[in-house]
Design a protein around this ligand. Sequence first.
Ligand code: HEM
Ligand code: 2DC
Length: 469
Amino acid sequence: AVRPFNEIPGQWKNSVANLYTFWRMDGLRNIHRIMMHNFNMYGPIYREKVGYYESVNIIKPEDAAVLFKAEGHYPKRLRVEAWTSYRDYRNRKYGVLLKDGEDWKSNRIVLNKEVISPKVQGNFVPLLDEVGHDFVARVYKKIERSGQNEWTTDLSHELFKYALESVSHVLYGERLGLLLDYIDPDAQHFIDCITLMFKTTSPMLYLPPALLRHTGAKIWKDHVDAWDGIFNQADRCIQSIYRQLRKNPDDGEKYPGVLASLLMLDKLSIEDIKASVTELMAGGVDTTSITLLWTLYELARHPDLQEEIRAEILAARIASKGDVVQMLKMVPLLKGALKETLRLHPVAVSLQRYITEDIVLQNYHIPAGTLVQLGLYAMGRDHRIFPHPEQYRPSRWVRSQSHYFRSLSFGFGPRQCLGRRIAETEMQLFLIHMLENFRFEKKRQVEVRSTFELILLPEKPIMLTIKPL
Ligand code: HEM
Ligand code: 2DC
């Protein structure tokens, strides 16, 4: 017989005890490890109440399948109140990230066609390829200047610039010039604002922003400053394209970028376009750059694997005869490496949905309306789901092993990551260019852990040594 909702294990009945564990484990920065701890203690399903939201947590691929079948036509994830509060406070529209219901759906359908459909990938490739080339040239320059024929560095700042340059080229069809020696201070400020925005969001998952706002808390002020910086910079970029387009309407000769395409299509209001393009620009920086940093870190720790992927890339380069779109279809191990990076170092600790119908998970009844979270970080490190989870093995994604509801780093279904195609193409091209030119090494083999700042980040700087081949 199916067991009732109230019998699901967990500390949900005693939220004081739960808050105590949370505090003792420095919960804020350790959400991912607390979730693993809870799955070890309670098994593959538990209920919890932290702060002001309550959820059911699951870890198994079979349960994920049941969850996503019950997500309904307008899938809804956990609402990040800090982000909606800011927009309400400044009277700005929600973009696709924060919209819900019919409004979300109608915007998302239009955006899908311009951002994630297979037909646009070909448009993005030359734009992203150009940025990849320039990054390589920049690294050669750095190596030359070091005078030692190698460059040892924490690449994160360079990667942030690479990611912003890439996503901007796709969105605006124009370069910002972030890979030049002297960069626009406004662009650097934008990058800093995104990091601050994420960092100030996580405490507000537990303390309602409305309360913080009315008590004049510093965290709320910093959060507002961060979003103000993001919106001001995005507004400048959007205005400039808008004016250009009015002066010289597009001649259809070359791909003009996502923003211009949306403006010409004329299916969304200017305000809706602005809101979603700003989210795309902000969502396109820390996510891909950190994933690339983790990938280089793993490849530096696994030199033989690095060599194997390099060989695959060189072979694909020759076989594709200069057709980059074709080349991207010939690098399965490289793609496996990115999946493997996101398995061990996911950007999102969890995926969440409010279910729209009653379901059964692990033989417990779950009523419609419940917030169900899939622990993505915990799932990626569970030995029952991934044999030898501690090993970085891209080939597990290439060979036959079942991938059924195991590859979920970008989410699932109609509400999955809108930036997915951009992110994947950008990361693949980066690694192709870098591995064709350089070798990556790590001097001290120390394990770097993740820390939660809304997205998961390396807990300390990762130092890499880059040498020309
Ligand atoms: C949503 C992951 C890069 C823009 C999401 C979600 C995940 C995710 C897990 C939630 C999906 C769900 O609930 O099913 C990632 C990862 C990235 C990445 C792992 C890179 C490694 C990007 C980039 C952009 C972006 C580059 C922008 C260009 C968005 C947006 C949403 C989203 C707008 C909300 C979509 C909606 O609600 O309809 N992402 N993301 N992401 N992401 Fe990404
Ligand atoms: C954070 O408990 C932990 O892709 C919370 O590009 C639940 C939660 C809800 C929404 C998730 C968030 C977590 C992590 C960051 C995500 C976000 C949805 C989109 C966002 C996964 C798991 C992200 C990074 C977007 C951000 C775009 C934004 C900057 C405009």
